[in-house]
Design a binder for this molecule. Structure first.
Ligand SMILES: *[C@@H]1O[C@H](CO)[C@@H](O)[C@H](O)[C@H]1NC(C)=O
Ligand SMILES: *[C@@H]1O[C@H](CO)[C@@H](O)[C@H](O)[C@H]1NC(C)=O
Ligand SMILES: *[C@@H]1O[C@H](CO)[C@@H](O)[C@H](O)[C@H]1NC(C)=O
Ligand SMILES: *[C@@H]1O[C@H](CO)[C@@H](O)[C@H](O)[C@H]1NC(C)=O
Ligand SMILES: *[C@@H]1O[C@H](CO)[C@@H](O)[C@H](O)[C@H]1NC(C)=O
Ligand SMILES: *[C@@H]1O[C@H](CO)[C@@H](O)[C@H](O)[C@H]1NC(C)=O
Length: 903
């Protein structure tokens, strides 16, 4: 494998650059699997003692709707009837799910398109007299059946054949496969040949031409609806087989061809630790991808699923957290969009715009290209001269082009491959078809246009693109023509010119690199400092690191221009601002979700038309804000201006906002303390970046749970930052009061006097922390006995040493008490009445990350929400202690430092 572990080209942020992404992923995989092995309890072989479970049904013993089959052995899988959670009432499906885990995770559905109408008790799975396996409803009507088995050739007499079929048995195997056997004919049907949305270990994704099978995955329509959805993941067996994701019939993502080690478009996925990948391609016979677990990992539960939102994901069950952990999901970024940059275009997220041309090529439609639409692709500068002088330019770290028309020759080495390509006038490029060990034979040759290429910053492989002699880059052409040195002597003048050009080029390059370094170094990486958290949760931390490196890649792109979206594109993406796509209504206007042509999910904020700014100011402002990049800020992708209409386009956050989890009784429990602490930390880092580390020094002014969005891994991202700037609210004070800020989160000085500072954000942050810990809304919280708001309630409990009562009951037993208490105290410090007493965000992040910080005693919080605090001063104890007096005094010097005890 060349270059897989060598960071190239980009002198990346040194802290991150040391450990390349694939290695991180491998480490992560290894760590998780090891952890799993250590933590997986001894398999509950007799999972249901007492009851006589069976794994087989026959004509005589059908499966009634209220019973289930459990696979023999470890009892990993269950077959039975179910009604999906959150689905339509009264629809029953026959499915297979994991037996030993609490949340029912369905991996296969028989009658996904034709549910039994009515309760499960009425349904049944039977073996029919003609040997087909059928699902019948309460009225006996068959809603789903396998084709009847073919007559076994051994029993020529027809009477016998029918008898044998009637003796068919269906068995649920330990690997999750439901097989139908006929005596004398073996397995005549199996569920593994008809996957739904999930690929389990041992299942094959691909085609078997002899059996006429095309095993592919189709997503559920929605999480509660197993009927076939929009997305299909399927193998195209032509040329060098490649997996494609389709939305309806349109391709949205291609994996790249298999290169002996992995799919070339997914360089960070390859067999590792206990997971092994297998790819078989026998032209004319079969081609498939499958994966398995090594013997010692057989107890690990893992699945590979196409979800209704069009993501291909691998998940692994973690017993300790009782949840599915996401290993990876694809497509990942814009460059994963199918044919993102057209023929001969090369996509790279490390540059802006993301599309570039292969060497020797120029944009075909320069005007569109300038508008960031690269789909038209590139055109060859000089046509190839088949007979003489053609050579190859080397593109490193590549996802190989789409290969349906590629020629594969596994006997040719790389040199032979090159000669074969030169000898074929139609050949456009070649590459190694087996990179699993250096020098292994294997040759891909492309004769059509080169499509769907991307370049990685590391990983990927070399691609050799054929060019006319005049277009060859200097380095390769000199290597190319070393046998023809005589020619070089004749043309001294051009080479001198070339040398000069080269010198100038080198100078410019050196300058650029220097400049880039300069720009890159002052960019502080807060995340890298948060090492204590890393120790606590190795898995979460390494996924953090992965995110970081991705973000740094984008962050280094300092001169990135703002992307401008056509209004037509936005309309198409959001279904013309359909009400169904509306996902929220913020202070500045409604928010819609949408999907771009390339499959990328976006959120579009349609700004209300009250902005006080002119067009140019607006653009400048948006440009500035787009430069704010931090892993805890929602990324602004661009804007769209159409007449007086102004829209901001953001990356879409799949888990919506914090309030949809925090204040929802059902979903509350999905936020473990670990996750909540991660969220608190992330918000703090995001605000710190806005307050201190960004060029703009932004005060958010409207921090609240609904403005904290969550990505797929529940990492928090602050949204709506900087929008206040766009609206120029400083100039229109009345407007400020109306729109910016939300009762319950506003600091008293801001709510009452309109005075805001970074300390008003600190106040809102404090409210958020207390809400996250308690799972209760500040606004709307009402304690009937004491007439307290959430902040005062928290403070009372804290003062009385009963803070543990404040914790959300749904996390009470899983939480780390010291950490929770620390957060409560930090929250209380942030909501103190006097801004001066509140810590700065940098102090907050320090407190959060130190293992046992010494924190000051908080004063009683402000009453928030705009009530006049002076009217409300009575203490119900009547007496005033010296601490309270100190809090009342105006001096900020009383930052007493005390050691936290585990109250
Ligand atoms: C299932 O239902 C049938 C009648 O519909 C009943 O006789 C049987 O006991 C039930 N079995 C279980 C396991 O509940
Ligand atoms: C198999 O038998 C069932 C009932 O006996 C019948 O409804 C079904 O049509 C038969 N299938 C075929 C293909 O003959
Ligand atoms: C089907 O099973 C019955 C009972 O086990 C047996 O008597 C019969 O011979 C079997 N039929 C065939 C064709 O195997
Ligand atoms: C290719 O190059 C040779 C020599 O430079 C020239 O004679 C020939 O005409 C060229 N052929 C084409 C198709 O351009
Ligand atoms: C493969 O060849 C066919 C027929 O020439 C063409 O229509 C198709 O676009 C080609 N596909 C690719 C990926 O080049
Ligand atoms: C790739 O090369 C390795 C090592 O030489 C070999 O074991 C493997 O079989 C090759 N793969 C294919 C598909 O030829």
């Amino acid at each position: 494998m060349t270059g897989a572990t060598m960071p190239r080209r980009r002198p990346a942020c040194p802290r991150r650059g040391v450990v390349p992404l694939p290695l991180l992923l491998l480490l992560r995989l290894g760590a998780v699997l090891l952890l799993l092995l250590l933590l997986t309890p001894a398999p509950a072989a007799s999972s249901a003692p007492g009851t006589t479970t069976t794994d087989t049904i026959t004509a005589a013993a059908p499966l009634a709707g209220n019973r289930t089959l459990v696979s023999a052995g470890r009892g990993t899988f269950v077959l039975g009837f179910f009604a999906p959670e959150g689905g339509a009432e009264g629809r029953t499906y026959l499915g297979i799910w994991f037996n030993r885990i609490p949340e029912r995770t369905v991996v296969w559905v028989a009658n996904r398109g034709s549910p039994v109408l009515g309760p499960a008790a009425g349904a049944a799975l039977r073996v029919l007299p003609n040997g087909s396996l059928a699902v019948a409803g309460g009225d006996g009507a068959v809603v789903w059946a396998t084709p009847p088995p073919p007559v076994p050739s051994s029993s020529a007499a027809s009477g016998d054949a029918i008898g044998a079929a009637a003796n068919a048995t269906a068995q649920l195997l330990e690997d999750g496969n439901l097989v139908l056997r006929v005596p004398g004919a073996g397995v005549v049907w199996q569920s593994f040949d008809h996957p739904t949305d999930t690929l389990l270990p041992g299942m094959k994704l691909g085609v078997d031409l002899r059996a006429g099978l095309d095993r592919h995955l189709t997503s559920w329509r929605a999480p509660g609806d197993p009927s076939p959805g929009e997305y299909t993941f399927r193998l195209d067996p032509r040329g060098s087989p490649e997996l494609f994701l389709y939305r309806r019939s349109a391709r949205t993502y291609g994996s790249g061809p298999w290169n002996g080690l992995q799919f070339s478009g997914v360089p960070n996925l390859r067999s590792a630790a206990l997971l092994t990948f297998r790819f078989v391609s026998k032209p004319g016979t079969e081609a498939f991808y499958s994966y398995g677990l090594a013997d010692d990992g057989a107890a690990v539960l893992t699945r590979f699923v196409v979800d209704p939102s069009g993501q291909v994901r691998r998940l692994v069950w973690i017993d300790t957290t009782r949840s599915w952990s996401l290993f990876w999901s694809y497509p990942l970024d814009e460059c994963d969009g199918y044919r993102a940059c057209g023929p001969y275009g090369v996509c790279s997220v490390d540059r802006s715009p993301i599309c570039g041309c292969a060497p020797g090529f120029d944009p075909r439609f320069p005007a569109e290209w300038a508008l960031r639409d690269g789909s038209g692709g590139c055109r060859r500068r000089t046509e190839l001269n088949c007979t003489a002088g053609d050579g190859f330019a080397t593109l490193a770290n590549m996802k190989l082009p789409e290969s349906a028309n590629a020629t594969v020759d596994m006997s040719l080495g790389l040199d032979g491959c090159r000669r074969a390509c030169l000898g074929n006038c139609a050949c456009r490029a070649y590459a190694s078809a087996n990179v699993s060990s250096p020098g292994a034979p294997g040759c891909f040759m492309w004769t059509g246009d080169l499509l769907d290429m991307r370049q990685f910053s590391n990983g990927g492989q070399d691609l050799f693109v054929r060019l006319a002699a005049s277009d060859l880059p200097l380095s390769t052409s000199s290597a190319e023509t070393n046998s023809k040195t005589a020619r070089v002597v004749v043309i001294i003048v051009p080479s001198v010119v070339g040398l000069l050009l080269l010198l100038v080029g080198v100078c410019i390059c050196v300058k650029k690199v220097k400049k880039r370094r300069k720009e890159a170094t002052p960019l502080p990486s807060r995340n890298a400092q948060s090492t204590p958290f890393r120790r606590r949760n190795q898995i979460a931390a390494s996924s953090d690191a992965q995110d970081d490196s991705l973000h740094n890649g984008q962050g280094n792109n300092k001169d990135c221009d703002l992307r401008s979206f056509d209004v037509e594109k936005i309309q198409a993406a959001t279904d013309n601002f359909s009400i169904h796509n509306k996902i929220g209504q913020g202070g500045f206007g409604p928010v819609y979700m949408g999907k771009l042509d390339n499959g990328q999910d976006i959120a579009v904020k349609r700004l209300s038309r009250r902005s006080t700014q002119g067009l140019r100011e607006f653009k400048n402002e948006v440009k500035l804000i787009a430069k704010l990049q931090h892993r805890n800020l929602v990324r602004l992708l661009g804007c769209c201006i159409d007449g007086s209409e102004r829209m901001l386009v953001y990356e879409y956050m799949h888990n919506r906002s914090l309030n949809t989890f925090l204040f929802n009784e059902e979903r509350q429990s999905m936020l473990s303390w670990e996750k909540r602490f991660n969220i608190i930390n992330g918000i703090a880092r995001g605000i710190l970046y806005l307050h201190q580390d960004s060029a703009l020094r932004i005060i958010h002014r409207d921090l609240k749970a609904s403005n904290i969005l969550l990505d797929r891994d529940m990492n928090p991202k602050i949204s709506d930052f900087g929008v206040a700037r766009i609206f120029g609210t400083d100039q229109t004070a009345a407007y400020t009061k109306k729109v910016v800020g939300t009762y319950g989160y506003m600091s008293p000085e801001y709510a009452m006097d309109g005075v805001f500072s970074t300390k008003s954000d600190v106040f809102s942050f404090g409210v958020l922390v207390l809400e996250i810990v308690s799972g209760k809304k500040n606004r709307g919280f009402y304690h009937n006995e004491l007439d307290l708001n959430l902040l005062r309630y928290a403070w009372r409990l804290w003062r009385d040493g009963q803070s543990l009562e404040f914790i959300d009951p749904s996390i009470a037993d899983t939480s780390n008490a010291m950490e929770v208490l620390k957060c409560i105290q930090i929250g209380l410090l942030c909501v103190q009445e006097q801004p001066k007493r509140r810590p700065t965000m940098s102090a907050v992040t320090t407190m959060l990350t130190s293992e046992s910080p010494t924190l000051p005693e908080p004063c009683e919080p402000a009453f928030s929400t705009g009530r006049n605090h002076h009217d409300d001063d009575e203490e119900d104890d009547g007496e005033e202690d010296p601490e309270a007096k100190a809090c009342r005094s105006d001096s900020a010097s009383s930052w007493t430092v005390t050691v936290v005890e585990g109250r």
